[in-house]
Write a protein that binds this ligand. Structure first.
Ligand code: ADP
Ligand code: ZN
Length: 733
């Protein structure tokens, strides 16, 4: 296959440039080994006393004394990395100012990729079948005939034949069945892209556009917008089907938490088999298999979390980014990249369409569609059912609430009515824990973290105070750490755990489930709980923002937002957008099946423009207003931004370094950018490290990266100080 042929072959002894996974500059020179090597080959190279993984990137620089250049130790048994992926890695690295080796690590994140293939025993029919077999043995023979030569393990055969393993082994002894060693990393079952779902209404035009693009196979970016339940998934799965019919591979990215069994079952229903899965819950063995099958073409569809974008697809023909606005697409640690933006980049390099799907697109994508860079496809109403939930504000200024109570009488009545009808209610509060603040009633001091500039949040479930920045915990103090007075420490404000107490008191008959990321040991446990709830295992769901993400709660008919004002106060440039998206998403959880839903927002400022836009359902005017404000301020997406965080144990040292960077801004100003800061980062201390932030702002046309690189290169960063460059920062921590 042409795709697997390395473009350039180097003869033994020729100097080649190798990208390794070690943090040592870009490329290192090595000599081609005996038998030569080609561009893209995975290789093992000596580095000091060790051997490390690398990829042949091209001709070497040849700047070193050839006598000192060491040969490549060996060429690994794997498909060479394709030019498309190499180009993607370098462009993504240069865009995010990430060292190339860190990018290669992202693209090789599975253990044992290059170990000899591991084997397992498989069974198939071998010799002639005697006509005097026991019933159980006959069933085994029938089962193996059904497998039609496909490799089946002992467990699979025994299960299909409904017999014990001993029966199969007995047939092996007789010579009727052969037992063989076969590689573990086997291809995924073929998917069947036929069996059309009939699209309806707006879905038809949207589906046609996507199917057409998948068939044409050229780069094009679509923004697929429609309320939750309007059939976006249905529509993009048709594009996936077309991509499979073209014999190419498809990738669907989901926020980690939305990767539920629900979704995978749906894919299975549509295509007759499960896709390849890539997320934190997948076993290492399965990861290796998927990585290899991507490269060999043994998997047609991959459904994965953001890092699936770095898989070595043999022939990627479509990328879908579901819930494209989701902030979890931005990786905030290690390599700082936004998977949504990188998906568009990879599609443009591959030459394939990319679909960004959302009920509440990011302002970036909305603006790109407005500007004509993306093709916008709108799905109007919900499939089959009525409309979005009816929304209303509960004006908290007019409600009488005793201290430490958060459910207004109006909302309480609504809850009671749903309970009486056997329907579900969701109470949404985007605050984990019991209470966000612990304060001393004697002196007013608040309990903070010893390592961070953050208040500690009481978690009654853990019986401790927890820092949401660094995870440090301590017991709730009896005496005030500040004034020493005992017995006056008080919890202030609500968290989901405290809300759960109020609910238990007011609705003692109701079954209550609290959904908060910190209450579950694993993503898997959380998903299991969500599925139980969807099936009706709770009457009242109390949840943080994790409930907002793409789950189906068919019995849910009322969403009560406890504090709709919560996101509005932030100084974050995206505060309004986030609040808007979150409220719309949460509201979208109600009334997904036949029963109409309602969403009630408790607010102290019902006249706030964001609250009014949410209630009015006039999304376009919200976006237009928000876009106008950002344009006036020259901020993304109408200007460019980069955040620089310096952190270290010594406050003066980090501040001095920040000051030096600010003074030496010449490389930036020359490019047309401005520098702001240094200032303490919004969280000025995390894990005992002081954090200082600079912000770089530039008009839209400026290519910031080279200027940033020159700028930072001017100062020497001491070993105890870390510098993180964040292009297009999402959050401002
Ligand atoms: P979204 O992705 O926009 O939230 P979905 O694709 O999940 O919407 O559609 C919502 C529900 O409606 C799903 O249960 C889906 O199977 C069903 N549905 C949507 N469109 C169709 C269709 N054309 N034919 C049959 N069922 C559909
Ligand atoms: Zn802390």
């Amino acid at each position: 296959m042409s795709a697997n042929v390395a473009e350039r072959v180097f003869d033994e002894g020729e100097v080649v440039g190798v990208l390794t996974t070690e943090p040592l500059g870009r490329l290192l020179d090595y000599k081609a080994p005996e038998g030569g090597c080609g561009t893209g080959d995975f290789v093992e190279v000596p580095l000091g006393p060790r051997r490390v993984l690398g990829v042949v990137w091209g001709k070497g620089e040849g700047r070193w004394d050839p006598a000192k250049v060491r040969p490549i130790a060996r060429v690994l048994d794997a498909r060479p990395m394709r030019a498309e992926l190499r180009a993607f890695l370098t462009r993504a690295a240069d865009y995010t100012l990430t060292p190339w080796p860190a990018m290669l690590r992202l693209a090789t994140r599975a253990p044992g990729l290059f170990a000899p293939p591991s084997m397992r025993k498989v069974y198939r029919l071998a010799g002639p079948v005697p006509n005097t077999l026991t019933e159980a043995r006959s069933r085994v023979v029938d089962a193996l005939r059904d497998f039609a030569g496909a490799a089946a393990t002992l467990g699979e055969v025994a299960e299909a034949a409904a017999c014990g393993a001993g029966v199969v082994k007995g047939l092996v002894k007789l010579g009727v069945v052969a037992e063989e060693e076969a590689p573990k990393d086997v291809p995924y079952p073929r998917l069947n892209p036929l069996g059309l779902k009939r699209l309806e209404g707006d879905q038809v035009a949207a589906g046609d556009a996507l199917v057409h693009a998948a068939a044409a196979g050229d780069y094009q970016c679509f923004l697929l917008k429609g309320v939750t339940g309007s059939g976006k998934t249905e529509v993009y799965l048709e594009a996936v089907a077309e991509c499979l019919r073209q014999g190419r591979q498809a990738l669907v990215l989901l926020p980690e938490i939305a990767l539920t069994a629900d979704f995978l079952n749906r894919v299975q229903d549509r295509f007759g088999a499960r896709p390849g899965e890539w997320h934190s819950g997948v076993t290492q063995t399965e990861r290796r298999r998927l990585w290899k099958m991507c490269a060999e073409g043994g998997v047609e569809l991959v459904v994965g979390a953001r890092s699936a974008l770095f898989l070595p697809f043999r022939d990627l023909g479509l990328i879908v980014v579901d819930e494209e606005h989701d902030t979890s697409y931005k990786q905030e640690e290690g390599v700082l990249y936004n998977a949504r933006d990188m998906a568009v980049l990879r599609a443009s390099i591959c030459g394939c369409p990319v679909v960004l799907s959302s009920a509440t697109p990011s302002l970036e994508s909305w603006a790109n569609a407005e500007a004509g860079k993306y093709t916008r496809l709108d799905l109007g109403s919900r499939f089959g059912v009525a409309d979005l939930p009816a929304m209303k504000a509960i004006d908290m200024r007019a409600e009488s609430l005793p201290a430490n109570r958060w459910i207004s009488p109006t909302l309480a009545q609504g809850v009671q009515a749903r309970l009486a009808r056997g329907e579900q209610v969701l109470l949404f509060l985007n605050r984990r824990g019991f209470a966000p603040v612990t304060v001393c009633r004697a002196c007013g001091a608040q309990v903070g973290c010893d390592h961070c500039d953050a208040r500690m949040v009481e978690h009654r479930f853990l019986k401790r105070l927890v820092c949401h920045q660094c995870g440090a915990t301590k017991p709730v103090p009896v005496a005030c750490p500040s004034c020493g007075v005992e017995g006056r420490m008080a919890a202030v404000g609500p968290g989901v755990e405290r809300l759960a107490e109020e609910v238990a008191e007011r609705f003692p008959e109701a079954r209550v489930a609290v959904l908060s990321s910190d209450l579950f040991g694993s993503a898997r446990a959380l998903k299991a709980q969500i599925e139980d709830i969807a099936a009706g295992a709770a009457d009242i769901i109390i949840g943080t923002q994790i409930v907002a993400k793409g789950h189906n709660f068919p019995l849910l008919t009322l969403v009560g937002v406890i504090d709709a004002d919560l996101g509005l106060q932030g100084s974050d440039l995206r505060a309004a957008e986030r609040t808007f998206q979150l409220m719309r998403q949460v509201a979208g959880r109600a009334g997904r099946a036949e029963k109409p839903g309602e969403a009630w927002l408790q607010t102290h400022q019902p006249e706030h423009p964001v609250i009014r836009a949410i209630l009015g359902g006039d999304e376009e005017s919200f976006w237009r207003a928000e876009a106008a404000e950002r344009r006036a301020a020259g901020v993304p997406p109408y200007g460019r931004m980069a955040g620089i965080i310096l952190s270290g144990p010594d406050l003066v040292q980090v501040f001095d370094l920040g000051g030096e960077l600010a003074r030496r801004a010449e490389p930036l100003t020359r490019a047309g950018a401005e520098v702001f800061g240094p200032a303490p980062a919004p969280i000025a201390r995390v894990r005992g490290r002081h954090r200082v932030r600079l912000l770089v702002k530039a008009p839209k046309g400026v290519v910031l990266q080279p200027a940033l690189a020159d700028w930072v290169a001017q100062v020497k960063i001491p070993p105890q100080v870390r510098i993180a460059l964040d292009i297009d920062p999402q959050s401002f921590f």
